[in-house]
Design a protein around this ligand. Structure first.
Ligand code: DX5
Ligand code: ZN
Length: 230
């Protein structure tokens, strides 16, 4: 049996701003501030890397004024290197770049750390975790996409649970302490399975902001049962 570092610890929760009500942004940020959330997840989409455009620096600036949680920036953009400095200055605590968008991933991750942020790498559902093996020392967080990125509210891809286990084994085998984050379609139906497989951070958009009681939704996710992994 392989021990996991998650056993006994509550999950880390990152509500996704994409699912907030932008006409009531301060209200929704206040809610996150009062919640047991650990991060605020901030999705940046460029309409090229993904087929949708979300938001960028002006919103990050506004969010930073009100948000008391560390900001977890997910860059779904091509050539992310061009914007790392600006996102670091904009208040990102974690910056995730997509492996598929980075021909010089080692350099990109090194730069993110130099800027004082935690370095994250996101993988699309079809991208194998083995592609990370040679840069594990440069990674603080691996963000596994459990939907094809670009939109909130999509259905969770079940194969992700197996991918979390594979990644966990790879991290343990390499003495890596990188965290595993899962993003897309995450909610009460799959949280326990993800955490049991080795996930540390759950991103949740619709399942938090679409809930009748978002504070309770965050609390429930955070305290999802985590049966022992064999
Ligand atoms: C999808 C984004 C996700 C999204 C998650 O491309 O990266 O962070 O906001 O939203 P839900 O939880 O609704 O799938
Ligand atoms: Zn995201």
């Amino acid at each position: 049996m392989t021990p996991t570092t998650r056993i006994g610890n509550p999950a880390l929760i990152a509500p996704s701003l994409l699912a907030a009500d932008f006409a009531n942004l301060q209200r929704d940020l206040d809610l996150i501030n009062r919640s047991e959330a650990d991060y605020l997840h901030f999705d940046v989409m460029d309409g090229v890397f993904v087929p949708n455009i979300s938001f960028g620096f002006p919103l990050l600036d506004a969010v930073r004024q009100h948000c008391r949680k560390p900001i977890d920036v997910h860059l779904m953009i091509t050539q992310p290197d061009r914007y790392l400095d600006a996102f670091a200055e904009g208040g990102a605590a974690v910056i995730h770049v997509h492996l598929e968008a980075c021909p010089h991933l080692h350099r990109t991750l090194t730069r993110i750390r130099e800027l004082g942020c935690r370095a994250g790498v996101a993988l699309n559902p079809h991208t194998p975790v083995a592609g990370l093996e040679d840069v594990l020392e440069q990674i603080d967080v691996v963000l596994l996409m459990s939907v094809n990125p670009g939109f909130g509210g999509q259905s969770f891809i079940p194969r992700t649970i197996q991918k979390v286990s594979q990644l966990k084994q790879m991290l343990l085998a390499n003495q890596s302490v990188a965290l595993i984050e899962v993003d897309g379609g995450v909610g009460p139906d799959n949280a326990s399975a993800l955490l049991s497989a080795g996930a540390d951070i759950l991103v949740a958009g619709s399942s938090v902001f679409g809930a009748d009681d978002p504070l309770n939704a965050i609390r429930q996710l955070k305290n999802s049962p985590q049966p022992m992994v064999a």
